[in-house]
Design a binder for this molecule. Structure first.
Ligand code: F6R
Length: 242
């Protein structure tokens, strides 16, 4: 693991976008794994800027998003599909047919998991997976548990995750209880991983993930066993690291 501590969120985001852009320049048809949430927002703003000002080309990129809330259609304002269109995909020249998401409002959730997994099998492994970090150590929606799901699965969101994500909804009641998430094996099979964490609320999680025991109770700690992980943290999130 290569850990880099940045003075602030802005610098972290610029460096994250630069790393992703380097991947795209190096391999224009990269398969990229994207995360949603607050942490990568500024990174995506930089990527949009690189596209607009320097012509960073997404036309051959294939994207897989880590997860989607179950019960939210892609045009729902809190769906992750909507988030990605708004903050990145809608502003760069990625082809819509190259964007892969677990379906948020499927007739049969199990089938939706299988379909997404099949796409991952056909087009993967991911060249670069971008990850945020849950305050409880989750990655994707692989929540702390005695066992983790290897392939795409229906995730039951923990009370903490639902409370943390309530800020995106009008009330906590509206936060879905379930999501479809990429499984831990697909994440770990990514050739490279970029883990981002910013803010004091991530101090404990980043400490446990990077310097704690490797345990399924802190899913991000499994990243310690991956050969190519860059961890970008800001000063606040890094406060407990030794
Ligand atoms: C989102 C995802 C989650 C988030 C995590 C951190 O697609 O997979 O694991 O990355 O919950 O979220 P933020 O960045 O909002 O703190």
């Amino acid at each position: 693991m290569e850990i880099t501590v940045f003075d602030d969120y802005q610098k972290l985001s610029a460096a994250a976008a630069t790393l992703i852009a380097a991947q795209i320049y190096q391999k224009p048809n990269s398969v990229l794994g994207f995360a949603t949430g607050s942490t990568p927002l500024k990174t995506y703003q930089y990527l949009v800027k690189f596209h607009q000002q320097q012509g960073l080309d997404f036309s051959k990129i294939i994207s897989f998003n880590l997860d989607e809330y179950l019960g939210l259609a892609p045009n729902h304002r809190q769906s992750y599909a909507y988030y990605m269109q708004k903050h990145l995909f809608g502003q760069v020249n990625i082809k819509q047919k190259n964007i892969y998401f677990p379906t948020g409002n499927p007739q049969c959730p199990q089938e939706a998991c299988q379909k997404y997994q099949q796409h991952l099998k056909e087009l993967g492994p991911l060249d670069l997976q971008i990850l945020g970090l849950g305050a409880n150590g989750h990655i994707g929606f692989n929540e702390p548990a005695n066992e983790l799901n290897t392939s795409t699965f229906i995730a039951c969101l923990s009370p903490q995750t639902r409370a943390d994500n309530a800020r995106f909804f009008d009330s906590q009641k509206e936060v879905p209880h379930y999501a479809i998430s990429m499984g831990i094996t697909s994440i770990m099979q990514s050739k490279k991983i970029l883990l981002l964490a910013a803010g004091t609320q991530k101090q404990q999680a980043i400490k446990k993930a990077l310097q704690g025991n490797i345990t399924t109770q802190v899913p991000a700690s499994l990243l310690q066993t991956h050969p190519f992980v860059n961890v970008f943290v800001d000063n606040q999130a890094a406060d407990l690291l030794t």
